[in-house]
Design a protein around this ligand. Sequence first.
Ligand SMILES: [Cu+2]
Length: 464
Amino acid sequence: MTTMDRRNFFKYAGLGMAGVAVSAVSKVALAAIPEIITSEVANTQEPLYPDTGRPYQPVVTLNGWSLPWKMNNGVKEFHLVAEPVVREIAPGMKANLWGYNGQSPGPTIEVVEGDRVRIFVTNRLPEKTSVHWHGQRLPNGMDGVSGLTQPAIEPGKTFVYEFEAKRPGTFMYHPHADEMLQMAMGMMGSWITHPKNPKFMPVDRDFVFLLNAYDIEPGSFTPKVNTMLDFNLWTWNSRAFPGIDPLVVRKNDRVRIRVGNLTMTNHPIHLHGHEFEVTGTDGGWVPKTARWPEVTTDVAVGQMRAIEFVANEPGDWAFHCHKSHHTMNAMGHSFPTMIGVKQGDLMKKITNLVPDYMPMGETGMSEMTDMSEMMDMPLPKNTLPMMMGNGQFGSLEMGGMFTTVKVRDGLARNDYKNPGDYKHPSGTVAHIVEVDLTKIERQKPHVDGELEVNVRKPINHSGH
Ligand SMILES: [Cu+2]
């Protein structure tokens, strides 16, 4: 990176870029290689506008950043370093992961259709690795499958990949060496190839993130790497709610959100308050005539989906995976269902034996949120409550793959700062009413089987 590049990089990446460091590597050994740029923070960085090469509208990586490049005789050069990292999953919990350039996921790589790209990959892991450029058209020998298309990158060694970014779209990168372990440890990143024509399918805000999952025992820091299906931390870009930043958009912006799935299961991604269309898949852009409206789209394992909508409804709209156990953080899976079970007697007997015993779930699980937050229930260290996060009306009782799309009037074009809670116009919030339920008869179905749903007796409204 030249001094000029670096100055521009910091100029463009003002928000929260204090955590980004340029470390000088041995100039003798790696004279021709771009410097190593790392990030030490887990919050969303401002988009990185290109100061060399062809123009494009950059993406915003949710709780992440884009990797600056060095232009070398018309070739965009990047330097990825595979290494152990400490990633904050959410405030109150850190994990020992493996990633790239200081974080998991690694930085997003952004190039333009037709760019010649050279990526140096240095392996600082204790075992060999490789990088597979998921979804790309490239020479077979650049595909990054260790053993099949290249020798693995041994610890301490640097490999170089070089190809033309032929096809615009959303891609991912991840190891194809000891793959299950290395992905269970967080090794992955996003890759965006912008269209040659910056006017092609323009949007005002363009977000990207990866779905990933970990199995981290409550109280511990390192994922269990032999887990095949039973993960307990469901994350977006290695963050769990409430650690996932909101997606801040301006009212009437056209918004694109690109999602890649590198977990071991599918995730139905659901947006409240708006319909969207899937405009991009693994294979490229979807022609207009082939799109249909959705509010949930399933992202299968190994897939990428780009969704687009016009954000014309102001508010704090929930945006989450619709598998309800994916919007919870790690918990003991083994406690029994206790809804409707009166534990009174049993509790006395158990507390004689186990003084700290606390019965849970007689009326549902949300009492667990109340307990852990209000009674300060001792959680193991470095463990997120199962259901947490506070909104302006109370606890959200959420974790995992959940955040909000915050649609606001009057934001500046490039303002991604959290605008705080939505101020609801008066009379537009669901509220309590006083009713006399004894005055309402429960209706019986008609003999022909049709349900009579009208409530015949008036409800005694008070309040407004
Ligand atoms: Cu899910």
